[in-house]
Write a protein that binds this ligand. Structure first.
Ligand SMILES: NC(=O)c1ccc[n+]([C@@H]2O[C@H](COP(=O)([O-])OP(=O)(O)OC[C@H]3O[C@@H](n4cnc5c(N)ncnc54)[C@H](OP(=O)(O)O)[C@@H]3O)[C@@H](O)[C@H]2O)c1
Length: 504
C-alpha cells in the first residue's frame, strides 16, 4: 500500500536481519543511507537485532569505517545532536568487509561472515542486499550473490533474501530487460525492490490520498474539467562533480524515465481495487500502456532537448569536468504526453526536467478548464484565471489551490488567490527522508513504493524512440543560459497549444 492503513498506530518492527551494503564508502551511502538508518535506529524502528555489513574495496577496518559513519551522520542526519548511547549500539553492530565487486572470493568470504553473524546474533538468515554501487556493477553483484549461494534459502540464508537496487535500472529497454531476467534467476519478484526515491517522498504518496480520500478532487479528475497538466522537476545545481556519470545518461534517462513518469502515473491512474502493492502497480502500468507512443519523425513537435551554456560566471555544460567534447547529452528536456484512455482523452501532460534552472522545485500543476464565460469573465476589469491545483513535491511540501475571489472593496473586483496546505505547518514536524521509509518497507517486504519489472520496462519502451531519435538526429540540442527556465523552444511547445509554463 502507498499509505498503510495501520500506520497511525505504532509500526511493527521488521524481523531481525542483516543488511549488506554494496558501495558502502560511496556518496549515496554517506549522504543518505547511513543517516537514514541511524535516524530509524533513534526512533526504535529498526529490527532487533539489526546488523550492517559494509562492502567496499578501500582498505579500512571496522573502527575507521564506524568513525566515518559518525562523521556522515553528524553532517547529514537531520536529528540534531547525536545520542551517544544510540550511536554505540548502532556502531557496534556494523562490520566493514573489504573486497572487490568483481572478485568471487569477496562473496565467499561474505558468506562466511554472514554465517558467523547469523549465529552470533540469532538473525535466522534474513538478508537484505542494497546495491549502492555504480550501475555497471549491478549484474556482477547479482551473479556473484547467486553463484556463491547467498540468495538461496539454505544456511546462512534460511530466512528471506531481498535486494534493493539503486537507479538507474538499465539505460534502455534492452538493458533493463536483461537486468530483470538476471534478477529472476536469483530472487522472487516480491523480494526485488527497485529504488526510485521519489516514491518514498511523503508528498508523492499524498497524491493518492488527496485523490482517493476526497470527493473534491476525484470528481474533477478527467478530460471534462482538466485542461492540461504540467510536471516540473527543476534543479538549480549543475554537475557537482558527477559530469562523467551524467554525460552517459542525460536528463531524460536520469529524471524523466523514472521520477517524472512515476509522478505522472500516480496523477493519471484509475482507483486501484485495493491498497495492495500489486493492485496499485497494475493501475500504474495501465497508464504507461495507455500513453500514446512517440514517433521518431514527430519528435520535434512533441519534445525539446537542450543543454545549459555559461551565464558569463559559471561554466556551461560542455565545460564541466567529466563531460566529453561535443557531448549531445541533454541537461533539459520537455515532452508532451497524451494518455489515450477514456479519462484523459485530449488532455496534454507536459513534463519538463532540467539542471541549472532558476529554482529548485518539483511540482505538479493541474490546470482546470476556464469557468463558463458568462458572468465575471465577460467584464474587462475582472482578472479571472482558470483554477489550478498544485502538488508541491519539494521544497515547501504541500498542496495549493488557486481560485478566484472577490477583493474586499465596495465595487466588484475579482482576483486570483491561493489556498495552501503546508505539510510542516500542519503537522509541525520535519518530513522523514524518503530513504527511511524505503529501507523500512523493504525490510517489511512491502513492495508498494518500488517499481515492478513490467513498470520499469514499460517506461523504457515509451522513451526508447525518443532516446533513439535524439541520438540519430543531426540537429544538436538547443541551448539555454544558466538561470533561465529552459530554451525558447520549450516555451513554444506550449505556446502552440495556447498555453504557458507555470514558473516559480
Ligand atoms: N549519490 C547520489 O546522490 C545518488 C542519488 C540517487 C541514486 N544514486 C545511485 O546510487 C549508486 C551509487 O552512487 P554513488 O554516488 O554513491 O557512487 P560513488 O560515490 O561513486 O560510490 C561507489 C561505491 O561503490 C564502490 N565500488 C566501486 N567500484 C568497486 C569495486 N570494483 N569493488 C568494490 N567496490 C567498488 C566504491 O567503493 P570504494 O570507495 O572503496 O572505491 C563506493 O563505495 C549509483 O547507482 C547511483 O546512480 C546516487
Amino acid at each position: 500500500m502507498i499509505v498503510a492503513p495501520c500506520e497511525s498506530v505504532p509500526q511493527q518492527k521488521p524481523q531481525p536481519c542483516i543488511m549488506t551494503l554494496f558501495g558502502a564508502t560511496g556518496d549515496l551511502t554517506r549522504r543518505k543511507l547511513i543517516p537514514a538508518l541511524f535516524s530509524l535506529h533513534t526512533q526504535d524502528l529498526l529490527p532487533e537485532p539489526f546488523i550492517i555489513v559494509a562492502y567496499a574495496r578501500k582498505q579500512k577496518d571496522n573502527d575507521i569505517f564506524r568513525t566515518e559513519m559518525l562523521e556522515a551522520i553528524n553532517e547529514f542526519a537531520d536529528i540534531g545532536a547525536v545520542p551517544m548511547d544510540k550511536w554505540r549500539s548502532f556502531a557496534s553492530n556494523t562490520y566493514y568487509h573489504q573486497a572487490e565487486l568483481g572478485d568471487a572470493d569477496g562473496y565467499h568470504s561474505l558468506r562466511t561472515l554472514l554465517a558467523e553473524l547469523n549465529k552470533r546474533y540469532g538473525v535466522c538468515g534474513n538478508h537484505l542486499y542494497y546495491l549502492a554501487t555504480p550501475p555497471d556493477y549491478f549484474s556482477t553483484i547479482i551473479k556473484n550473490l547467486r553463484d556463491s549461494g547467498l540468495t538461496h534459502a539454505e544456511p546462512p540464508n534460511s530466512g528471506w533474501n531481498r535486494i534493493m537496487i539503486e537507479k538507474p535500472f538499465g539505460r534502455d529497454l534492452g538493458s533493463a530487460h536483461e537486468l530483470n531476467e538476471l534478477l529472476k534467476t536469483a530472487f522472487q519478484e516480491n523480494d526485488i525492490f527497485r529504488v526510485d526515491h521519489y516514491l518514498g517522498k511523503e508528498t508523492v504518496q499524498n497524491i493518492l490520498v488527496m485523490r482517493f480520500a476526497n470527493h473534491l478532487f476525484e470528481l474533477l479528475w478527467n478530460h471534462l474539467y482538466i485542461d492540461h497538466i504540467q510536471i516540473t522537476v527543476a534543479e538549480t545545481l549543475g554537475m557537482e562533480g558527477r559530469g562523467a556519470y551524467f554525460d552517459k545518461a542525460g536528463i531524460c534517462r536520469d529524471i524523466i524515465q523514472n521520477h517524472a513518469l512515476q509522478i505522472l502515473t500516480l496523477i493519471a491512474m484509475e482507483p486501484p481495487i485495493s491498497l495492495n502493492p500489486n493492485h496499485i502497480r497494475d493501475e500504474k502500468v495501465k497508464v504507461l500502456r495507455s500513453i500514446r507512443p512517440f514517433r521518431k519523425d514527430e519528435l520535434s513537435e512533441n519534445t525539446v532537448r537542450a543543454q545549459y551554456v555559461s551565464d558569463g560566471t559559471n561554466p556551461g555544460y560542455s565545460q564541466e569536468p567529466g563531460v566529453h567534447a561535443g557531448s549531445q547529452s541533454e541537461t533539459y528536456a520537455s515532452l508532451r504526453f497524451y494518455v489515450d484512455n477514456w479519462r484523459w482523452s485530449g488532455v496534454p501532460f507536459y513534463v519538463r526536467a532540467g539542471k541549472r534552472l532558476p529554482s529548485r522545485v518539483t511540482e505538479v500543476s493541474i490546470q482546470l478548464k476556464a469557468a463558463p464565460d458568462v458572468l465575471f469573465a465577460r467584464m474587462d476589469c475582472m482578472n479571472i484565471h482558470p483554477n489550478r491545483i498544485v502538488f508541491r513535491i519539494q521544497p515547501n511540501e504541500g498542496v495549493e489551490i488557486y481560485v478566484s475571489a472577490k477583493e474586499p472593496e465596495m465595487g466588484m473586483s475579482v482576483k486570483p488567490v491561493r489556498m495552501r496546505f503546508d505539510y510542516s505547518e500542519e503537522f509541525g514536524r520535519a518530513i522523514p527522508d524518503a530513504y527511511e521509509r524505503l529501507i523500512l518497507n523493504a525490510m517489511q517486504g512491502d513492495t508498494s513504493l518500488f517499481a515492478r519489472d513490467d513498470e520499469v520496462e514499460e517506461a523504457w519502451k515509451l522513451l526508447q524512440p525518443v532516446l533513439e531519435g535524439w541520438s540519430e538526429s543531426n540537429t544538436p540540442p538547443c541551448n539555454y543560459r544558466i538561470g533561465e527556465w529552459g530554451p525558447a523552444n520549450s516555451d513554444a511547445l506550449l505556446a502552440k497549444d495556447g498555453r504557458r509554463w507555470w514558473n516559480r
